[in-house]
Design a protein around this ligand. Structure first.
Ligand SMILES: [Zn+2]
Length: 73
């Protein structure tokens, strides 16, 4: 996956390890899966990550990520 993916910071941390560093494909399609860069756990889809980036940190963003994690890839 390396070389074809890019890292970015999310306002909400990974539910497994708490890292804010996320990884997504270089193409960044809205439906591309976002994984934690540290533990490789699935976190959300890229369009959801964009919403969280717009909203910034807070309970709304945390709820969005929690829902995405629980739903699964
Ligand atoms: Zn993690």
């Amino acid at each position: 996956m390396s070389g074809l993916s890019v890292d970015f910071r999310l306002p909400v941390g990974c539910p497994s390890c708490g890292s804010h560093l996320m990884r997504v494909s270089q193409v960044k399609n809205p439906d591309d899966k976002v994984f934690c860069a540290s533990c490789s756990r699935y976190v959300c889809l890229y369009h959801e990550a964009c919403t969280v980036l717009e909203k910034g940190p807070g309970s709304e963003s945390e709820a969005l990520i929690e829902a995405a994690v629980n739903r699964g890839p």
